[in-house]
Design a protein around this ligand. Structure first.
Ligand SMILES: COC1=C(O)C(=O)C(C)=C(C/C=C(\C)CC/C=C(\C)CC/C=C(\C)CC/C=C(\C)CC/C=C(\C)CC/C=C(\C)CC/C=C(\C)CC/C=C(\C)CC/C=C(\C)CCC=C(C)C)C1=O
Ligand SMILES: NC(=O)C1=CN([C@@H]2O[C@H](COP(=O)(O)OP(=O)(O)OC[C@H]3O[C@@H](n4cnc5c(N)ncnc54)[C@H](O)[C@@H]3O)[C@@H](O)[C@H]2O)C=CC1
Length: 387
């Protein structure tokens, strides 16, 4: 399987890697190609246009990026349907720097690999022509477009060893994993050695990255996935694999329990038995990426939605405290610094992109449909500049 994954990368590299030096050019018009929505709904709301409003630099620390490739994440399909709109509208009030504070038209897409076109006057680390990658702040217009605006703290130089298509598969899942396992879970390159880490959903975009990061740092990794993905997660280094289609995940995990950190990007029944799998009184942590904050605020409004979420958070925290185990939430937070460290791990050959399928820009709705199918093996990527 490892051979297959590597072969797939070689083929992708041959097809999508541009060898010529990036050309720096100035945008002449104020319009750009993009996919956008003008109201929430299904895939039929995605509209391709060549006349989207092109973004421009608003803050001295902003950069204008020409996007070569972007990925599609589950959050894009959810946001297309209106998920998170209440929190997002709150964030946009006074903060929206690209589209005049309006909700629509909305461009989706959370990460990219591309080239710096222009820099604000306080940008010190990048210059026009630099190849960069990033995962952008929630309130920004998205990356399923020819151009986007980013802050310099949201990006880093992209790994030199990857094409733009390969690079675009990583930033959103990599930064989210970093927040969850490192900032919230407390794992670092120095302390991860021999820590017992359980990663649910090892075959997805997030799981395939998380397994590799933990193995690069010397942790012992247990993961869950379905039968057809067992070979893939083993090829990424997983030490113990539990097949949720043929095995009883709960009892198998109870049998080998005593984890230091558990990462849960799946939710469902998993939180009901997960804290019991942690070591007691050893600073162990269950970190879930599935929180009720956005659905509660969409349903009840901000004050009641936050109160309801805090109640569920508080109840779980208290349960954990009584037996020396922590229950924590993690949410994506932009982190260019983390991306810089991840780029080095990639260039050192410690982490490889795992790409399920690459779509052209014109095929973006098909890419959304694939991600909505919920059984990706690695990432779905859109080639924008080269398609
Ligand atoms: C699909 O994938 C994704 C998701 O699913 C996602 O959810 C997300 C977010 C992403 C990432 C998405 C993006 C990057 C793009 C879209 C982004 C947005 C739409 C908006 C982003 C903005 C946010 C997510 C803001 C998030 C806001 C917060 C994190 C703050 C809200 C936090 C809380 C409500 C929790 C509050 C916690 C505290 C205040 C800490 C202190 C509180 C306590 C300890 C508990 C308080 C206790 C009580 C109230 C009492 C309750 C206690 C009891 C009942 C105990 C009783 C006990 C016994 C009886 C034993 C994505 O990709
Ligand atoms: N809170 C946050 O800020 C963020 C949360 N997330 C959460 O992480 C989830 C996963 O993200 P991605 O990996 O990008 O999605 P993905 O769709 O690429 O991967 C999900 C994987 O889980 C597998 N799976 C489904 N049910 C399973 C089960 N019961 N046990 C084990 N594996 C199972 C699927 O086959 C798929 O391979 C998102 O749906 C979202 O809920 C992701 C990013 C940010």
């Amino acid at each position: 399987m490892k051979t297959n994954v590597r072969l797939c990368h070689l083929l992708l590299r041959r097809r999508f890697c541009t060898k010529s030096a990036p050309k720096v050019k100035t945008r002449m018009g104020k319009q750009m190609g993009a996919w956008q929505i003008c109201q929430y709904g299904g895939n039929e709301e995605l509209t391709q246009t060549t006349a989207a409003r092109a973004p421009s630099i608003q803050k001295p620390t902003d950069l204008l990026i020409e996007i070569h490739a972007a990925s599609v994440n589950p959050i894009d399909t959810l946001m297309r349907g209106g998920y998170g709109k209440t929190m997002l509208n709150m964030l946009r009030q006074g903060l929206w720097n690209q589209a005049g504070g309006t909700e629509f038209p909305l461009i989706l897409g959370r990460d990219f690999s591309g080239v710096v076109m222009e820099t604000g006057k306080d940008v010190t680390r990048y210059k026009p022509g630099d190849e960069v990658w990033g995962a952008i702040a929630a309130q920004r217009q998205g990356t399923h477009a020819q151009y986007c605006i980013v802050g310099q703290s949201e990006i880093s130089h992209k790994p030199k060893s990857l094409s733009h298509v390969e690079a675009a598969s990583l930033p959103y899942v990599a930064v989210t994993t970093w927040t969850a396992l490192c900032q919230v879970g407390g794992l670092t390159q120095k302390n991860a050695q021999n820590q017992r880490v359980l990663i649910h959903g090892g075959s997805g975009g997030l799981g395939t990255f998380a397994i590799q990061l933990m193995k690069a740092w010397g942790a012992e990794v247990t993961t869950t996935c379905s039968t057809d993905a067992v070979g893939l997660v083993q090829s990424l280094g997983a030490d113990v694999v539990i097949d949720y289609k043929t095995q009883d995940v709960q009892s198998e995990l109870q049998r080998i329990s005593g984890f230091d950190v558990i990462l849960d990007p799946i939710g469902g029944k998993i939180p009901t038995f997960s804290t019991d799998l942690l070591k007691s009184w050893r600073n162990s942590k269950y970190v879930t990426l599935v929180t009720p904050v956005l659905s509660n605020t969409d349903k009840f409004g901000i004050p009641l939605g936050l109160f309801t979420s805090a109640t569920s958070f508080g109840t779980n925290i208290i349960k954990g405290i009584s037996n020396g185990r922590s229950y924590r939430w993690a949410l994506f937070i932009p982190n260019g610094n983390a991306l810089g460290q991840i780029a080095k791990l990639v260039d050192d050959g410690k982490i490889e992109p795992v790409i399920d399928k690459v779509f052209t820009f014109d095929q973006l709705p098909d890419a959304f449909q694939k991600v909505e199918g919920k059984h990706g093996r690695g990432k779905t990527v859109i080639s924008i500049k080269d398609s």
